[in-house]
Design a protein around this ligand. Structure first.
Ligand code: 1HN
Length: 346
């Protein structure tokens, strides 16, 4: 699995002959297929929110949310341009809904998350229930759930979208349909899911499983308060600071089947180097700093977004206490027995 064997004229002629029969000799490609360590075209990259924001405001003058269906600028990884990918397996974009706009109801096999960046009070409706979105809230749209968004406030709303589009594309399992209406019928009280499942209680006959959390808005206020309590109660992890994962209360597992979601509080200073097989999309919620990813350095502040590719060592250096939200394909890798991490400089 080191390097392909040398090519001789006889071998070359053979390869050309079998090529016409849709065959390839494994030994000519094996070293690129079965690599000793993860090898990816995904690159470390960062986007400043200021730049995204001004491009989105410009987009807002060019097309309505309704005409676009979703007015989103895709954050394309520079190593994966033209593929609508932010990492090899995940997509990220920033969405703008202007005052008075609606993004019409549709549903699809791809799972989506929203992480609110700017604006407060717009809603998303998911499976018959609305939730009001505030900065730092993490919102889930499960696969094949009807969803539409609306902004009845007087300020633009921006959020980060994370979807498993490349994963679903890889598996050729995409289905999608429009409802034919702007807004779906609302059948549940706003906040009902959180009331029923968000407080260490659940309806007595709720199923003890299910691959997605019945909570579809995890408010920032509570995640932030938990981080603060952790900070008082225990020393921080050298690689992560104080880090939480969002869970599904039905089974304690991941909130979403294909995307792992996390929030962490970094103390001022540098973390210990860390690498893992799940390429991760980060956004800063509070504070500022920079991350050294291999030999690259990416500076970040509130609402900026950056990518740490699979198996690249990362050191986060917070200039002041900072909060980062992040997401990756870790649940998929764990289910397949593939996920690995390495702590420290080895
Ligand atoms: C989608 O449904 C949304 O509902 C956002 O806000 C981004 C990207 C591709 C396909 C569907 C949304 C999307 C998307």
């Amino acid at each position: 699995m080191d390097k392909p064997p040398v090519e001789t004229p006889e071998r070359r002629a053979f390869y050309e002959k079998i090529d016409k029969q849709n065959m390839t000799a494994l030994w000519t490609v094996m070293s690129g297929l079965v690599t000793p360590e993860p090898k990816s075209d995904c690159r470390p990259v960062g986007w400043r929110f200021d730049e995204i924001r001004s491009a989105m405001i410009e987009a807002g003058g060019l097309i309505t949310a309704k005409e676009a269906e979703r007015r989103v600028l895709i954050l394309e990884n520079p190593g994966l341009r033209g593929q609508s990918k932010t990492t090899t397996s995940l997509y990220a974009g920033v969405q703008l809904v202007l005052p008075g706009e609606v993004a019409p109801a549709h549903r699809h096999a791809q799972s989506a998350l929203r992480f609110v960046l700017e604006g407060s009070g717009a809603y998303t409706a998911v499976s018959g229930e609305k939730t009001v979105m505030r900065p730092g809230d993490f919102v889930i749209t499960p696969q094949m759930a009807w969803h539409d968004h609306g902004n009845e406030t007087d300020a633009p709303m921006f959020w980060l979208d994370g979807l498993d589009i490349p994963l679903v594309q890889f598996l050729d399992a995409s289905f999608a349909e429009g409802l034919g209406e702007d807004c779906q019928e609302i059948t549940r009280e706003t906040g009902q899911s959180y009331a029923e499942f968000g407080h260490n209680l659940m309806p007595v006959d709720a199923p003890r499983g299910g691959n997605v959390s019945p909570i579809f808005n995890y408010p920032y206020e509570e995640a932030r308060a938990t981080l603060e309590t952790m900070k008082r109660g225990q020393p921080h992890d050298p690689c992560h600071g104080w880090k939480l994962r969002y869970t599904n209360p039905l089974d304690g597992g991941w909130a979403m089947p294909t995307i792992g979601t996390f929030i962490q509080l970094l103390p001022a200073g540098a973390t210990t180097p860390y690498r893992a097989t799940d390429a991760t999309v980060f956004t800063c919620v509070e504070g500022r700093g920079k991350s050294r990813i291999g030999d690259e350095e990416i500076a970040w502040g509130p609402k900026d977004i950056f990518v740490v590719p699979a198996w690249w060592p990362v050191v986060h250096e917070a200039a002041e206490e900072a909060v980062l939200f992040s997401f990756s394909d870790r649940p998929v890798q764990e289910k397949l027995g593939l996920w690995r991490e390495r702590r420290g400089n080895v």
